[in-house]
Design a protein around this ligand. Structure first.
Ligand code: PMP
Length: 487
């Protein structure tokens, strides 16, 4: 093995030996050697304000989580074939949080069964793959699945076909015939099938393709779809329509769950619905690889009915359970979901002030809690997507040691999803630098260069992608028996 830990040697070795299509962030990648709270530090000790790590949920290097995992590893770490009191203890914590305890939560029982059964797995992809298996086992013959435009549900071979983000993205092979893509409500440009019509369109599209809808996967706040907050009532309508067809509703809370969107804790609760299956990942173990699925007793029984056992070597291991418990403990004790709601509102207001100063560039500012996005558009008419400009902003912010990402089907949404310990001081730092980048670095000459890049990118990358989304939207509007409404 090499002994050279210099930046250049590590970068060269990584490029030589690590999978060539695994991505590295930024034109000049950063070597991170330490993290604390909402900061990461490179090999020179330079701090970077982390606005992108939604996995280090309760903070980088969180001592209680580290201690809980470490102490369990040195005591016993084994699989879920053995009893341990903390496995049901953690499951009951998770279920209590998902089901809620208010009077309103009880009313939701009319629109969905309580979630009573937990499976622990190792990644968001595993959770979604298991959700698909459960739905397919419970609804034999209903093999069609609906997803939202721009959605990403995981990297497994069962999930790329459920992820327009991938199958209509670079290198993607297109939409499989049994998958139906619900056009994402475009809350910015105004086009929108309400939830009921979206649900009816998915049911009708499956029938027109000779099948029947068995499952719908939907994030309660759309992440890779571009940080889209669904219009009020959207999920109630969608859930009701697809349930009338017998389809299972899966809420993917891998990104938006665990208080990221505020005091409601779960994205689906902001829409007053109760899913049949909830999948969770990323923040759940603060970086310890774990994920979870919660479902109803009826679906768990249907899945078990074939007699095939479910076993997952690391899922539900004693150490994973400790990681999960520690994260829940810190979230509750430090009221981080409530803090995320307050800091998020403050940051959103600051971003809206920046938008007012740069209206031709920052087309839309949206989000909930610490799950925010700024849609970057090209000057002039049409609110055209500006992914190269969004990328440039991200790179300029990186030069100022503030880490942002970009996302959305056209990659023009600057995305913020920092560790939940991100507070007002950090929000001010972010707003200060973003304001400076936009007002001092984005000169008319720079904007002109970016416009030329946008033209090239539009022709090479965006236009074919846009065609696929638009053709699909037309077909789904036809299935919904009419054009979308304006919001
Ligand atoms: N669902 C969503 C919404 C995600 O964002 C991701 C990961 N980005 C996944 C599922 C898959 O999770 P994992 O990478 O842990 O397999």
């Amino acid at each position: 093995c090499g002994t050279d830990d210099s930046y250049e040697a590590v970068l060269a070795a990584r490029r030589q030996m690590y999978g060539p299509n695994t991505s590295l962030s930024y034109e000049k990648p950063i070597m991170m050697v330490r993290g604390q709270g909402t900061y990461m530090y490179d090999e020179h000790g330079t701090p970077y304000l982390d606005c992108i790590n939604n996995v280090a949920h309760v903070g980088h290097g969180q001592p209680e989580v580290a201690a809980a995992i470490g102490s369990q590893l040195s005591t016993i770490n084994t699989n879920s074939r053995f009893l341990h009191p903390d496995l049901p203890r953690y499951s009951s914590l998770l279920l209590a949080s998902l089901n809620g305890t208010t009077a309103k939560d009880q009313l939701l029982d009319a629109n969905g069964q309580p979630l009573e059964v937990v499976y622990l797995v190792c990644s968001g992809s595993e959770a979604n793959d298991l959700a698909l298996r459960i739905a397919m086992a419970a609804r034999p013959g209903q093999t069609h699945v609906a997803v939202m435009g721009g959605a990403y549900h995981g990297h497994l071979s069962s999930l790329i076909p459920l992820s327009p983000y991938k199958f209509w993205g670079t290198g993607g092979g297109g939409k499989p015939p049994h998958v139906h893509v619900i056009p994402c409500p475009d809350t910015f440009r105004g086009e929108h099938l309400d939830g009921r019509r979206a649900g009816r369109a998915a049911v009708a599209a499956a029938r027109a393709a000779g099948g029947r809808l068995g499952a719908v996967f939907v994030e309660s706040v759309l992440s890779c779809g571009g940080q889209v907050v669904l219009p009020p009532g959207y999920l109630q309508g969608l859930y009701a329509e697809v349930r009338a067809e017998g389809a299972v509703v899966v809420a993917d809370e891998v990104q938006c769950g665990f208080g990221r969107c505020g005091g409601a804790w779960w994205g689906f609760r902001t829409q007053d619905v109760r899913p049949d299956i909830v999948t969770m990942g990323k923040p759940i173990g603060n970086g310890y690889p774990m994920a979870a699925l919660a479902t109803t007793r009826a679906l768990a029984n249907a899945f078990a009915a074939s007699g095939m056992e479910y076993f997952n070597t690391y899922g539900g291991s004693t150490a994973a359970v400790q990681a999960g418990m520690a994260v829940m403990r810190v979230l509750c004790r430090d009221r981080l979901p409530q803090q995320a709601e307050q800091t998020g509102a403050y940051l959103l207001a600051g971003l809206r002030s920046l938008q007012a100063a740069h209206p031709s560039l920052l087309g839309d500012v949206r989000g909930m809690g610490l799950f925010l996005g700024v849609e970057v558009v090209r000057p002039g008419e049409g609110r055209r997507h500006a992914p190269r400009t969004a990328r440039w902003i991200k790179e300029r912010m990186r030069a100022r040691c503030v880490l942002l990402s970009t996302d959305g089907p056209y990659d023009n949404v600057v995305k913020m999803k920092p560790p939940m310990v991100f507070g007002r001081r950090e929000a001010d730092t972010l707003l200060h630098h973003l304001g400076e980048v936009l007002s001092t670095e984005l000169t008319p000459a720079q904007l002109q260069r970016l416009e030329a890049e946008e033209d090239q990118h539009e022709a090479a990358v965006l236009a074919p992608r846009r065609r696929q989304y638009e053709e699909n939207a037309r077909a789904m509007y036809a299935a919904a028996e009419g054009p979308p409404a304006k919001l």
